[in-house]
Design a protein around this ligand. Structure first.
Ligand code: UD1
Length: 443
């Protein structure tokens, strides 16, 4: 078990370089097996979920060569098995992308139902509906999705709700179907566009990604490519919220400012100054923040993955703020934890009502999921003279590890320890237990 000790209470001031987008990278790695030629992927985030997915890809027979922590070569010509092991899948949500990739290429896939952060019920019915529409038979057998088709045929598919995962999965399978597919009510997230661009660089014909209608002309074969993944908008947004909550000044570099507009707009509303550059944003918070309302929505709305981090800033803003979560029903589990740190936050259904306080203080808290963990780290950094200890039952996942590494580089008081902490709980101390969901996955 690792533990993280953070001494907060100082404004975060510095520069941070954002890595590749985890959620784009996971889909792109799965899609990389769709050609028999070598694919070279750059700007990978060096996080646990990526390593788990690469292991799963290796396990089914692909050649995976990690050139550096941020680069990998994948060759799918040696794939011998279309059945993915539960061992890998239970750890990460994005394993479901292997369904679309294997089904598209081999017309057959067997992938256990995915794990992921416990933030709601998270069905994958829309993914399966899409595969069936393309002509596959899809069954759930012994906890796995078994999808098979003689041939996939393009179809006009209407998604019942906007789903990032379903849009990408159907796009992958349809890229190698016969004929044309149209996905209506498609997700417009930047990583949907990134995956479409990646597939197109392999010879696919996908148009309209980034709008709610995606048109795919199936091709018989995909070829090798070299591709660089877009920057992670959630990691960037997390640092932006950290600047706000600590009344700091952070230059967030290597970002696409357009992807951050929802966060930028909300931070400006609560009194931060946000300056946009070509590939950077600077967030300065030099006075007490003020209240606002925020509701999570599919892109370009305010991202659900940024909801807990922004809520921390609102706990310190003057006045009453309302946070409405409209994507996942179980995303306020961090609220009680923030209350222990002195926040005044009450949850009613999918709404949190936050009465801003002047400061947060230390307490024992536990983080129920990845983004909630990031939010509690921000709270620990903002809390005056507080020591935060972050326990993990698994490795600190994904983005959080990047954030903690960066914070330690800034010489904020962060210590990483192994083993169980024997430190006494003093009144200036926060103990954050990080319980990743049963599977240890991240979002
Ligand atoms: C992905 C992201 C996650 C992010 C979420 C929304 C990954 C690994 N995870 O998750 O970080 O929070 O997008 O931006 O990329 N739904 C259904 N049926 C389906 C699919 C989805 O009912 O078949 C519902 C979900 O329960 C949820 C909503 O649609 O309420 C959106 O889910 P979706 O966009 O698919 O999220 P994920 O792919 O799980």
């Amino acid at each position: 078990m690792e533990q993280y000790v953070i001494k907060g209470g100082n404004p975060l001031v510095g520069e941070v370089e954002i890595g590749g987008a985890k959620n784009a990278a996971l889909a792109i790695l799965a899609a990389a097996i769709m050609t028999d030629e070598m694919v070279y992927i750059e700007n990978l985030p060096d996080v646990r979920d990526i390593n788990v997915l690469l292991e799963a890809i290796k396990e089914i027979g692909a050649v995976v060569e990690r050139v550096s922590p941020t680069e990998v070569k994948i060759t799918g010509s040696t794939i011998s098995d279309i059945s993915v092991e539960y061992e890998y899948i239970k750890k990460i949500r994005a394993s479901y992308y292997l369904l679309g990739a294997l089904l598209g290429k081999y017309k057959s896939a067997e992938v256990p139902l995915p794990g992921g952060c416990n933030i709601g019920s998270r069905p994958i019915d829309q993914h399966l509906k899409g595969f069936r529409a393309l002509g596959a038979s899809v069954d759930i057998l012994h906890g796995a999705v078994v999808a098979k088709a003689e041939n996939l045929t393009g179809k006009h598919i209407f998604l019942d709700m906007v789903s990032v995962g379903a849009t990408i999965n159907i796009m992958m399978a349809a890229a190698m179907a016969t004929g044309n597919t149209i996905i209506e009510n498609a997700a417009r997230e930047p990583h949907v566009v990134d995956v479409a661009n990646f597939l197109n660089s392999m010879g696919a014909s996908i148009k309209g990604a980034g709008t709610d209608v995606i048109r795919i002309q199936g091709v018989e074969k995909l070829h090798g490519t070299t591709y660089s993944i877009i920057p992670d908008q959630i990691e960037a947004g997390t640092f932006m919220c950290a600047a706000a909550a600590t009344r700091g000044d952070i230059m967030v570099k290597n970002v696409i400012p357009k992807h951050l507009e929802a966060t930028t707009a909300k931070l400006e509303e609560i009194g931060c100054q946000v300056e946009e550059f070509d590939d950077a944003v600077r967030v300065v918070a030099n006075k007490r923040l003020t209240r606002t309302h925020v509701k999570t929505m599919p892109y370009p709305g305010y991202p659900t993955d940024m909801q807990p981090q922004f809520a921390v800033a609102l706990t310190l803003a003057e006045g009453t703020s309302i946070v409405t979560e409209s994507i996942f029903e179980n995303r306020f589990k961090y609220a009680d934890e923030l209350s222990r740190m002195g926040a005044n936050i009450k949850v009613e259904g999918n709404t949190a009502i936050i009465d801003g306080v002047e400061k947060l203080t230390g307490a024992r808290v536990s983080a129920p999921d990845l983004r909630a963990g990031a939010a509690l780290v921000i709270a620990g950094l903002a809390a005056g003279a507080v020591t935060g200890i972050l326990h993990t039952v698994f490795n600190i996942p994904a983005i959080l590890s990047g954030i903690l590494t960066q914070i330690s580089l800034w010489s904020i008081n962060l210590r990483i320890m192994s083993g169980k902490s024997n430190l006494p709980l003093l009144n200036s101390e926060t103990i954050i237990s990080f319980f990743v969901s049963r599977s240890g996955s991240s979002t």
